[in-house]
Ligand binder design. Structure first.
Ligand code: HFR
Length: 529
């Protein structure tokens, strides 16, 4: 427990203080709504949530968890899981949210890398536990946090939580090699959340359906911004995401006014339950999507079913939480081929620089996005080299010591200054020496009326030469390889026409709900037809 002599007189500006602020004005308002154990819906008020946070914080302190200690939380989103995260913030512990069904090796590598004081999981729920001797614990609404060991490292610790301390670590899928732990401080996360509030993403009377896994920072964003705004967070059960009818029923029963999540969340709903989507219109006034492009054909379909739906495109990387919001125009112009990602969130600036590090101001010319903002991550856990490559001196004034995030994302500006994402710097592929942006081929394929989503990869063919393989979700018959190749031939050079077309019922998704490129590559290799 923190030494009484050093208990701060002024609580630091931390996630729990931000998220629980409404307890002083609307204590009895529902803070979190979740599915009940025996079906139905359970509401937890701001007062009840604050009490649970207080109780969990005391138990963490009594167990010896110290400021700066890491606590792995293997759970889906729930009122108790939220209380655990906020209790960690309260005692200055750094929470690491992971999926309860995280692969054992991945959990072990995270535990080995971060040396957590504790691994917590919900009581009564099967969740992965690490193979080592890290103390384990469970949490639930009634019995609080129960530990099967002492978490106390005995190490002399800090005495006061400060806003620049790490609040959480998100381990990204890490396209290259071992997963990278993005360390985010209270101040950085709060700077982004407050920027969101200035953008006006949510209102206090919103009921926000959160559909992302807790291990993805979109879920942390949903939780903190909904609570900090005094709105109500609806924890959508993961299982519902695969059953459109159940998901629609849950959204209706909980009175969701906005739905947050990745674009692929909508594909099964649009395909199997269009009427149910239209029926949401009584309450649903908006959606926010993040993580990847929203295929325009699917977005148009969604808007047909829900006219005047407010659609917010939230863009950015975990290293700055995100960096920009944009309201999709209503109506979306017929000629629109891509969605704007905005101009940077209020308080952030996005620089476009060329390979030489010089500003790209010419409309229509792509540059790499560098983010100047108050929500920069602290670095990758225990990886100074990767950190130096991502947090670089401001190219426009390197002597200042100010750092910016080098995103690896490419974008161009339209004449009005709006930014348009045009792929990853590392997803520019060369086919026979020609530079290709895969997103452009995907957009062309998605123009076919029978295509609802398309994803293109450059895969090495049997002759060792890279060739474009297109994965197409085409619910309506008619989209044939010949037709799609012809569509491409009409508007792109020959080397941009996919060599192979694989038709799928749906795109495989990764843990965060994004199209899973690794799984698609394996599919292509298996399908040698
Ligand atoms: C990301 C990053 C985004 C918005 C990200 C709100 C919150 C959090 C985020 C989520 C994410 N359109 N491409 C988009 N932290 Br709250 O996906 N983070 S990430 O680090 O896993 O991946 C990359 O995903 C970006 O660099 C982009 O390449 C891509 N991306 N948002 C969008 C997107 C298109 N809205």
């Amino acid at each position: 427990m923190a030494d009484e002599r050093f208990v701060p007189r002024f609580p630091a500006d931390t996630l729990d203080a931000f998220a629980l602020a409404p307890v002083s004005t609307t204590p009895d308002k529902p803070a979190v709504v979740e599915a009940g154990a025996a079906g139905g819906v359970v509401s937890v008020s701001y007062r009840e949530l604050a009490q649970r946070v207080e109780e969990y914080a005391k138990q963490l302190g009594a167990a010896g968890v110290r400021i700066g200690d890491r606590v792995v939380v293997a759970s889906h989103t729930s009122a108790s899981a939220i209380a655990v995260l906020l209790a960690c913030a309260r005692v200055g512990a750094v929470f690491i949210p992971v999926d309860p069904d995280i692969p054992a090796l991945r959990l072990d590598s995270i535990v080995e890398a971060t040396g957590p004081a504790l691994v917590l999981r919900p009581a009564g729920v099967a969740a992965r536990t690490p193979s080592g001797d890290t103390p384990l614990g469970t949490f639930d609404a009634e019995d609080g946090i129960a530990l099967d060991g002492v978490a106390d490292s005995g190490r002399p610790g800090r005495r006061t939580v400060v806003g620049g301390d790490p609040a959480y670590i998100i381990f990204t899928s890490g396209t290259t090699g071992r997963p990278k732990g993005v360390v985010m401080s209270h101040h950085a996360a709060l700077a982004f959340y407050r920027g969101t509030q200035r953008f006006g993403a949510l209102a206090p009377d919103d009921r926000v359906a959160s559909t992302s896994p807790l291990a993805f920072d979109v879920a942390l964003f949903d939780i903190c911004v909904s609570l900090g705004t005094g709105a109500t967070l609806i924890a959508v059960p993961r299982a519902h995401l695969s059953f459109p009818r159940r998901l629609l029923g849950f959204l209706r029963d909980t009175g969701a006014t906005v739905v947050h999540g990745v674009p692929s969340l909508w594909r099964p709903l649009l395909r199997h339950e269009p009427e149910g989507v239209a029926a949401l219109g009584e309450r649903l006034r908006g959606i926010l999507f993040a993580g990847e492009n929203f295929p325009l054909a699917e977005l148009r379909r969604l808007r047909t079913l829900l006219p005047h739906l407010r659609v917010v495109n939230a863009f950015g990387a975990t290293e700055t939480v995100a960096c920009s919001f944009s309201e999709v125009p209503d109506p979306l112009p017929e000629t629109a081929e891509a969605l704007s990602i905005g101009r940077g969130y209020p308080g952030a600036e996005i620089l476009l620089l060329d390979e030489a590090g010089l500003p790209v101001d010419e409309p229509g010319v792509a540059g790499e996005m560098y983010i100047r903002c108050p929500s920069l991550f602290s670095g990758y856990w225990d990886d100074p080299e990767a950190t130096r490559a991502a947090l670089v001196p401001d190219p426009l004034e390197p002597r200042s010591g100010q750092l910016v995030y080098r995103s690896g994302d490419l974008a161009h500006r339209d004449p009005s200054g709006e930014l348009y994402f045009c792929g990853r710097a590392d997803s520019m592929v060369k086919i026979r020496g020609n530079r290709i942006e895969l997103g452009e081929v995907e957009r062309r394929l998605a123009e076919h009326p029978g295509v609802s989503a398309a994803l293109v990869l450059a895969l090495d063919g049997p002759d060792g030469e890279a060739a474009l393989t297109a994965f197409v979700v085409a619910p309506a018959p008619g989209a044939t390889p010949a037709e799609l190749a012809e569509l491409c031939r009409r508007s792109m050079p020959v080397y941009m026409i996919p060599k192979r077309f694989l038709f799928l019922d749906e795109l495989p998704l990764n843990a965060n709900g994004k199209a899973d490129r690794k799984a698609l590559t394996a599919l292509a290799e298996a399908d040698v037809s």
